[in-house]
Write a protein that binds this ligand. Structure first.
Ligand code: SF4
Ligand code: MSK
Length: 625
């Protein structure tokens, strides 16, 4: 029997969220929390990962009484196959996002768009040199064309390794080569995972997991990394700037447009159109004081990092933002967009607008956006939003709080700039113990957790221990709302971190970008390891996805581990039905790649685990613990 939804106080740590869940319930609007209650308890076989529907001799459920599927597959094979496909899904999402940026670069190079351009030529030339493209004395478009070809090549089958492995320490590459884990091509590894998990192929769980790691590495060191780097080239490399966050960024007197999804290609155009004086004049003619473009999830992070737009919320705030009754349009690209947003938009005057052929929503208004028509289509979208302002039902508007300040825009280039041009001061701060280590806290919300309790709780516990936190994805908004993304947050940090961040005028939790921008963290770790002449697994660093939900987050976790980074998850993926797979994930991988996962739902205990790990890594490097 379905369960009753939990009391509101148990669902989230945020007052703005509580107010909107309450308003939604009063107005008869169902959200993720009600639907989770309806779906609980979940299927036990699926939770354990022991159900298989990879062929029509099944579907099969593996248990003590029924230890093998119709084909003979046991629990280990079934769990490994399911996990492998889960990882392939995540890698496909990030990497297809990366490919879309290559297509925009191609449109620029071929002169097929005037809406996009190369904004950061220096970065283009820098990455060209890293992937073996000649730059000296060459015109920018010639360099861009060759970079485009190299990156398209990363998606194919002709390479021995993807291009950005040029960044990886040789010791790490040797490990991958020995294990057969070197990512050769993004689409190749994903396709091979689908092949291996067909009935009658890879029936050895550890072998399937090695390929899962290779698939994830193709995501982290290619698909995602290309997404990040080309976004910087096209839209500009982020630099530190101030902005605001929480539902209070939605303005009562303005046309509010929320951009949601992951890829900045469309949302940058929406912002550009909304800033055009003619469009603002139209909004004013209808009684609004302006047009406010605010972000949700990672498209929000992308525009926040580069343009400083305000951030309305993370994953579990997306439905609640509409319930304010003050959103004229929600414009989406792809990934993490709950289909329920269409229904909730329909309860208000909100227009739900989808923009990607590969992410259509029944009931949404569709615009087919491509590089050649992006800005003109964006203008039509903004006009729809402006006109919707006249349909707003004023008595139903409730914006529950005032926004809080945040600092954003921490790319590696910005960090190196702030450090005076090299990583040396960071290396010295780590060596002296002022910064004892660093942990990337990344990923999502999941209604199975009290929203952001782990995301925020862990960040606070780590900075207290002089461990620098780099945040991406939906953790960024959580950290911002908790006051951790402003320089004054050093008051919550330990003495060493307080000193270093205070001197630089930066927060102890750095907003490092969107989900694909975890590649920035990987690049930083590789650069630190290269600077010290060690492997990534030797560094006093860690990664965590406390409240993760998505296939993409699992792929991120796996490429972090395979890169040598000890990685925490707040709850396990659906693998517990196999001791072989579970043991490999939480311990066996340590012997193979020098890192493993650990699962822990408590933020204090998690921080303690990281502390122990960082102490051990520091000691092995000959540093004070
Ligand atoms: Fe069952 Fe094997 Fe078919 Fe899976 S592949 S559904 S375990 S028969
Ligand atoms: S949006 S993958 S809920 S971080 Fe990147 Fe947030 Fe997780 Fe989506």
């Amino acid at each position: 029997m379905a369960r009753e939804p939990k009391p509101i106080d148990e669902l989230t740590i945020w007052d703005d969220a509580k107010a909107m869940i309450r308003k939604g319930r009063a107005e008869g609007i169902e959200t993720v929390h009600e639907r989770l209650a309806q779906q609980t308890p979940h299927c036990k076989f699926c939770e354990l990962g022991t159900t298989c529907r990879n062929c029509t001799m099944g579907p099969c459920r593996i248990s003590e009484k029924m230890p093998r599927g119709v084909c003979g597959a046991d629990a280990h094979v079934v769990v490994a196959r399911n996990f492998g496909r889960f990882i392939a899904g995540g890698a496909a999402g990030h990497s297809d996002h990366g490919r879309d940026l290559i297509e925009v670069l191609e449109a620029i190079v071929e002169g097929e768009t005037g809406d996009y351009r190369i904004t950061d030529e220096a970065k283009l030339r820098a990455i060209a040199a890293e992937v073996g493209v000649q730059t000296e004395g060459r015109a920018v478009m010639d360099v861009a064309r060759d970079v485009m070809e190299v990156f398209y090549g990363d998606f194919g089958s002709r390479k021995k390794e993807v291009a950005f492995l040029s960044r990886v320490p040789q010791k790490r590459k040797d490990i991958w080569n020995k294990l057969g884990m070197t990512p050769r091509g993004v689409d190749r590894e994903i396709a091979e995972m689908m092949h291996r998990t067909h009935m009658g192929c890879d029936n050895d769980a550890p072998n399937t997991l090695i390929h899962a790691a290779r698939t994830a590495l193709a995501d982290g060191w290619s698909g995602s990394m290309i997404g990040t780097e080309l976004s910087d080239v096209i839209f500009g490399t982020p630099t530190p700037r101030m902005s605001t966050a929480n539902l209070g960024v939605i303005k009562k007197d303005q046309v509010n447009i929320l951009v949601h999804g992951h890829n900045p290609v469309v949302s940058e155009m929406i912002l550009a159109a909304a800033r055009e004086p003619e469009m603002v004049a139209k909004a004013k003619a209808l009684g609004a004081t302006g047009i406010n473009v605010a972000g949700l999830c990672c498209t929000g992070n992308e525009l926040l990092m580069r343009q400083g737009i305000p951030m309305a919320g993370n994953h579990l705030m997306t439905e609640l933002a509409i319930i304010t009754g003050a959103v004229e349009a929600i414009v989406v690209d792809y990934q993490c967009i709950m289909p329920s947003l269409v229904q909730i938009s329909g309860c208000y005057h909100t227009k739900f607008i989808d923009t990607a052929q590969k992410a259509r929503f029944t009931g949404g208004i569709h615009f087919d956006i491509h590089p050649h028509n992006a800005l003109s289509e964006a203008r039509k979208i903004v006009e729809i939003a402006v006109n919707a302002f006249a349909e707003r039902d004023a008595p139903r508007v409730d914006i529950p709080c005032e926004p809080v300040e945040i600092m954003t825009g921490f790319s590696n280039e910005a960090i190196i700039g702030a450090l005076g041009g090299s990583l040396d001061p960071l290396v010295q701060a780590i060596a002296s113990g002022e910064i004892r280590g660093a942990v990337g806290i990344v990923g999502c919300n999941n209604p199975k957790f009290k929203q952001d309790s782990m995301n925020v709780g862990l960040a606070k516990e780590l900075i207290k221990r002089d461990i620098l936190v780099l945040a991406t994805g939906c953790v960024t908004t959580a950290a911002g709302k908790a006051g951790l993304l402003v320089p004054q947050a050093i008051d919550m940090a330990g003495p060493g971190l307080k000193k270093v961040c205070g001197a630089l005028g930066i927060p102890p939790v750095l907003h490092y970008g969107s989900c694909v921008d975890n590649s920035r963290i990987m690049q930083l770790c590789a650069a630190l390891a290269n600077a010290l002449g060690v492997d990534i697994s030797d560094l006093p660093v860690g990664a965590s996805s406390p409240e993760w939900y998505s296939e993409k987050a699992a792929a991120i976790g796996l490429y972090a581990v395979a890169s040598g980074i000890y990685t925490h998850l707040g709850h396990p993926p659906n693998i517990l039905g196999s001791t072989v797979v579970t043991d490999l994930a939480v311990s066996g991988l340590e012997g193979l790649v020098g890192a493993s996962f650990f699962i822990e739902p408590d933020p204090v205990k998690t921080a303690e685990m990281f502390d122990i790990r960082i102490r051990a890594k520091r000691k092995a490097l000959g540093l004070s613990e």
